[in-house]
Write a protein that binds this ligand. Structure first.
Ligand SMILES: [Zn+2]
Length: 50
């Protein structure tokens, strides 16, 4: 699976239920993606309040 695109979709709430569950399971065992998701959330926050 391509975690990066899943992370982006997660932020945009465009993931299906199964994809969302799959991403959650992946994040449980992947600190790198958890860190990346935290970074993406930081970017999204900046985009929300320019
Ligand atoms: Zn990962």
């Amino acid at each position: 699976m391509p975690p990066a695109s899943l992370l982006g979709g997660h932020l945009l709430y465009s993931l299906g239920e199964e994809e969302h569950a799959e991403l959650g399971r992946h994040l449980d065992g992947c600190a790198r993606c958890r860190a990346e998701l935290a970074g993406l959330r930081d970017v999204a926050r900046h985009l929300d309040s320019p």
